[in-house]
Structure formats: C-alpha cells, structure tokens
Design a protein around this ligand. Structure first.
Ligand code: TUI
Length: 307
C-alpha cells in the first residue's frame, strides 16, 4: 500500500511502531522494520550512551529504515538529538514537548522529522518549523497524553496543515487502520498492540495484563499537575488517584511513579508498576510476531477499504 508516508520513509506498509519508553528497544524496532513497518527506538528517560548502542544494534539487525523517538523531558535530550545526526538515523519522532530547537540541525542533516502532537496549534507550529509530517495522537493512547480524542483530533489536524498526518491512539486492527485513513491520515502509529509482540521484551506479567484488559480498565493519573498518563488500573493507580483527590503535591505523587515503568516492564511488577497501555488494550487478545500483526492488519484494512 502506497501513501505519502510510505513514500517519504521508504517503507512497505504505513504502520509505525510507537517509541515507547523501556519497551521500544532494538528487538522490537528491528522486527517491525523487517516486517515492512517503521520500527522506532524509544529513548524515554534513558541515557544517551544507551541510545547510541540501541541504534547500532538495530543497524546490525536490519537494513530497513527505522527511527528514534526522543522524549523531550529526557535530561540528555540534547545529546540524543546529536547522536541521531552522528549515527545517520533517517527518521526522528518526538514526544512530550516542542522539538523546535533541534529542527535546524536535523533538517540540515537530512533527517525526516515527525513530531507527535496532541493539538491543532502544535501541529501548525511544527509545520511552520519545518516538520516533514506529524503524528496526531489522541487521548486513547497509553502513556503521556493530551486531551483530544483521535476521532476529533486527526481530521482537524488534517484540515489545518499540508504535511502528512499519522494517526495514533486507539488503533490496533484493520478496522482502526481503515478508519484512520477515512479521517485523512496517511499512516497509523500503534503502541499497545506491539507491547504484546513476541519480539517485545516486556515482562510476561505485563503482557498478560494487556491481553486481559477490558475496554474501561485504564486510568489516567497526573491530571491534577498537568502531566496526564494513561495506564492499566492497578494498586499503584488506585493509591495515586486517592492521593490526588486528597490534594497531594506533585512531589508526593512522584514517589509512586518514580521507576515504576521499569518495575512493570523489566520486573513484571503489576502491583506497584506503571502498566502503560491505551484504551484499545481491550481489543488486544494475543501475543503474535510483528510480521503476523502487520500482515493481519493490512489484509483486513485492504478488504475494508476496497469495499
Ligand atoms: O510522549 C508521549 N507519550 C509518552 S512519553 C512517556 S515517558 C513519561 N513517563 C512518565 C511521565 C511522563 C512521561 C510516556 N508516554 N506521547 C506523545 C505526546 N506528546 N503526547 C502528548 C504530547 C505533547 C505534549 C505537549 C506534545 C507536545 C506538547 O507540547 C508542549 C509544548 O511545549 O507546547
């Protein structure tokens, strides 16, 4: 399937893997790229040296295009931005902030820049700054989110800018893919479905929680201090929400979430860990290889879009 995004990035299918902190490391990214999508290394809060190693591992595993996501609250974001240029990475996506200050250096190095945005205003600003495309991410997504839904955000972003739009948030099958195309997207980005991929290094306990999750099993924490994060409800989120309702400060709340994503992904702690996942977890029913997932989604979407 050819779209503006498959042409821009030189990939076979318009499916991009979200740059999930701790989860999106080289095994997952290279498997998605090998299967014809765009695999992404998620820098999250990791040190710059670790990201350089991850990039080198993807290069060793596949000749296909891949990208790196910089979470802009990472204290080493400046170093990672430079590593992207030094290592000749072709595609960068950004999250949780404004990547404006890196735009000139990336453009000069020929890197395709695709900021993740949660509003029309941010999408317009990124187009003006020279972005090649944007990911419009709805609040159905897991992790750090904005406030607009995918259904409302994507068509409004599509109408507001000329560069291609990639839809994210609440997409995990061929129906979601086809719907995103109808909203005017040129590709989709998926996170939650890839969390349970065979090639994903996420702890089995976490994968089981995603597979068991129902439609309304996620919780948004951090709304009170302006950093809303969606995850599967558990002991940690219940404690968090209780404290939040009692007016706890950001510092008091942070105690619960510090290191909690690592606890969930690496140690499989589903009680005190942060089980980041989107609302579409309810639709994710089994572990499969990235190739199986992508093939299934594209087959289903082709049937629907061909009608
Ligand atoms: O970034 C994400 N999702 C994430 S980042 C992350 S790591 C983290 N862990 C714990 C707490 C907080 C973060 C987990 N999930 N998605 C992309 C995204 N970006 N969603 C929303 C935004 C966004 C928000 C504000 C983009 C731009 C923005 O602009 C702020 C500004 O400077 O104007």
């Amino acid at each position: 399937m050819k779209t503006k995004i498959t042409e821009l990035l030189g990939i076979e299918y318009p499916i991009i893997q979200g740059g999930m902190a701790w989860v999106a490391e080289y095994h997952l990214a290279s498997a998605v790229s090998e299967a014809g999508g765009l695999g992404i290394i998620g820098a999250g809060g990791a040190p710059a040296s670790f990201i350089r190693e991850q990039i080198q591992q993807v290069k060793a595993a596949t000749d296909k295009p891949f990208g790196v996501n910089i979470m802009l609250m990472n204290p080493e974001a400046d170093e990672i931005a430079q590593i992207i240029v030094d290592e000749g990475v072709k595609v960068v996506t950004t999250g949780a902030g404004n990547p404006g200050k890196y735009m000139a250096m990336w453009k000069e190095a020929g890197v395709r820049v695709i900021p993740v945005v949660a509003s029309v205003a941010m999408a317009k600003m990124m187009e003006r700054a020279g972005a090649d495309a944007v990911v419009a991410e709805g609040m159905e997504s897991g992790g750090h989110i904005g406030s607009a839904t995918t259904m409302t955000l994507v068509p409004q972003v599509v109408d507001a800018i000329k560069i291609p739009v990639i839809a994210a948030g609440g997409i995990a099958d061929g129906r979601g893919f086809a719907a995103a195309m109808m909203l005017g997207a040129e590709a989709v980005q998926m996170g939650t479905r890839f969390v349970v991929a065979t090639e994903s290094i996420v702890h089995d306990n976490y994968k089981k929680k995603v597979i068991a999750a129902k439609d309304i099993d996620s919780e948004v924490t951090g709304m009170s201090h302006g950093h809303p994060v969606r995850q599967i409800r558990n002991h940690m989120t219940r404690e968090y929400v209780k404290l939040e309702k009692a007016g706890a400060s950001f510092e008091e709340l942070e105690v619960l979430t510090l290191g909690a994503l690592r606890k969930a992904v690496v140690e499989g702690d589903t009680v005190n860990g942060t089980l980041m996942a989107g609302q579409i977890a309810g639709l994710v029913k089994k572990e499969q290889s990235c190739r199986e997932m992508i093939t299934e989604i594209m087959e289903e979407a082709k049937t629907l879009l061909g009608r």
